[in-house]
Design a protein around this ligand. Structure first.
Ligand SMILES: [Zn+2]
Length: 202
């Protein structure tokens, strides 16, 4: 990264860590007596961070009552469950839209960090001499009956065996989804897949 990108990243990390408002963020360079040297705007900072992260979010219209995502059937213009219209005033502005960062680019980004990459291979070492497994004890999710059962099952796609068992490769990843309820399009609750790479140290 360039010097400017490093500084911009530090500015944004400071904003996120301490919950700075947009106004406080803009004033930060003045506090540091560097008003002209490195004073990116918040929009510039977000744009720079997005470019560095190389993660492009996808936007999907949804019912404001969380019944339906229009990605499932783009030809509809009202919710098939509650009949709430998709568009405000019959125009092109949706009542509700949610942001989704696709999973594969997220995983690709994780693999670019050497430290995280090592952690993501935790499961592959777990049952070896380097791993944390203790025979007779359940000390990690990798000791669970469900995980061990999956390890004995061949991966299938549309009923056809892929000739490889689950998590048999050292670069394979185990993903889990945990939630206390579902309301994925409102902001009250958040559900996202959890990466089961080093649960004992998370
Ligand atoms: Zn609805």
């Amino acid at each position: 990264m360039s010097v400017e990108e490093v500084i911009t990243t530090k500015y944004y990390a400071f904003k996120l860590k301490h919950g700075l408002t947009k106004e406080a963020f803009v004033d930060l360079p003045f506090l540091l007596e560097n008003p002209k040297g490195m004073a990116p705007t918040l929009d510039q900072t977000k744009s720079s961070i997005a470019k560095l992260a190389n993660l492009q979010p996808a936007f999907y219209d949804c019912c404001p009552k969380s019944c339906f995502c229009y990605a499932a059937n783009p030809s509809l213009d009202k919710c098939p469950t509650c009949s709430h219209p998709q568009w405000k005033h019959g125009g092109q502005v949706p009542f509700k839209r949610f942001t989704y960062v696709p999973l594969i680019p997220q995983l690709s980004t994780l693999f670019k960090n050497e430290s995280i990459t090592q952690n993501m291979r935790y499961h592959a070492k777990y049952f070896t001499n380097e791993g944390d497994h203790v025979p007779g004890m359940i000390s990690d999710i990798f000791d669970s009956a469900n995980y061990l059962h999956l390890c004995e099952q061949y991966i299938t796609s549309k009923g056809i065996s892929m000739g490889q068992k689950h998590f048999s490769g050292r670069h394979d990843l185990a993903l889990g989804l945990s939630t206390d309820r579902f309301s994925p399009f409102r902001h009250t609750f958040c559900q996202k897949p959890q990466l089961l790479h080093r649960t004992t140290h998370m």
